[in-house]
Design a protein around this ligand. Structure first.
Ligand code: UT7
Length: 324
């Protein structure tokens, strides 16, 4: 059976570190509040480094790790909701930056914090269908551009970052085993960013704000419930029990959400990858950035089972299981 195997990973974060203490000078907050409520200590903020550049750096690192030439790529799918331009897509800009062969297929997927797993699902289906042989899948976001830096309830949560993987069409047992994607647009007002090019449909009230707005508490509860059910769905689809999972890489939004999931699954700490203390919530960047760090730390070995689970605005949620 043809599968898409993850043959390389890469990531990129901006140089500028903004600590919780730095934010104490910006809004009415404390390091103690942010750490205890979220688990975040610091985040990276991009300065003069647009989304496509971060994405390209992550993509280049993944290609290097995979030992795949950009000339051999035939598909680029980027999950992002913070492209620097309305069009072209970030994927087309990455294609140009990396010198990927003209004529390849490149497009973006919009699913907020679930963007990477959605992009992986799409690319996996293209590869499995035999349409493409080598795919670059990137998750990237720069929420520093869309958060309201006067709103303490959101600006402390997010950071900028990107992660990437290279998929290769291969026969065998290793590779992506399942992807499940879901959405429920009824709750869109819980978490949204209207953006600078507002629709006249929303030209009144609080929807006029171009910034990210979130009902944190409600989103938190739905995220715990939904990510839990997404994990159950992924495990059932593959006949897996908790002990069969070697590494769980959840969307890095809040340590309390991650711990609730860990307790539900009775997973020991070593089977969970967490790096939100250093990067905050990087939206679509979060899972592939964590995956790349996990790989570089030697946390995955051949034939291990890794599970990704994401949740974000829309609402959207998604899971993927891969045999390493
Ligand atoms: O990636 C997409 C998915 N995103 C998520 O899943 C995020 C989900 N939500 C969360 O992570 C949490 O809801 C937050 C971290 C955003 C907030 O934590 P919470 O425990 O739900 O706090 P809360 O919103 O209920 O606020 C508690 C208090 C409020 O004060 P009062 O009304 O109790 O006096 C807030 O005004 O904390 C206050 N507060 C802050 N205080 C200091 C809110 N933000 C801050 C802050 N510093 N930065």
């Amino acid at each position: 059976m043809l599968r898409s195997r993850i043959v390389g990973t890469g990531s990129a974060v901006p140089k500028k570190v903004v600590t919780n203490h730095d934010l104490e000078g910006l809004v009415d907050t404390t390091d103690a509040w942010i750490t205890s409520r979220t688990g975040i200590s610091e985040r990276r903020i991009a300065v003069n480094e647009p989304c496509s550049e971060l994405a390209s750096r992550a993509g280049k690192a993944a290609l290097k790790a995979a030992d795949v030439s950009p000339k051999d790529l035939d598909l680029i799918v980027v999950g992002t909701v913070t492209p620097e331009m309305t069009f072209p897509s970030t994927a087309c800009l990455v294609q140009a930056h990396l010198g990927v062969r003209p004529g390849a297929t490149a497009f973006d997927v919009s699913a907020a914090c679930s963007g990477f797993v959605y992009a992986l699902d799409v690319a996996d289906k293209f590869v499995k269908a035999g349409a493409h042989k080598k795919a670059l899948v990137i998750g990237v976001d720069q929420f520093s551009r869309i958060v309201d830096w006067k709103d303490r309830s959101t600006c402390v949560l997010f950071g900028d970052g990107a992660g990437a993987i290279v998929l290769s069409a291969e026969k065998g047992a290793r590779g992506v085993l399942s992807c499940h994607t879901h959405s429920d647009g009824r709750h869109w007002e819980m978490l949204y960013a209207n953006g600078p090019h507002q629709s006249s449909h929303f030209d009144h009230g609080h929807h006029k704000s171009p910034y990210l707005r979130m009902h944190g508490n409600e989103t938190f509860k739905i995220a715990v419930r939904t990510m839990g059910s997404a994990i159950t769905e992924a495990m059932e689809a593959n006949g897996l029990k908790g002990e069969d999972i070697d590494l769980l890489i959840p969307h890095q939004a809040n340590l309390r959400i991650i711990n609730a999931i860990k307790d539900r699954l009775k997973l020991p700490d070593e089977k969970l990858y967490v790096n939100l203390d250093r990067y905050g919530n990087t939206s679509a960047g979060s899972i592939p950035l964590a995956l790349d760090e996990a790989v570089r730390e030697g946390r995955l070995k051949e034939n291990d089972t890794v599970l990704f689970v994401a949740f974000g605005g829309g609402f959207t949620w998604a899971s993927a299981v891969a045999r390493w």
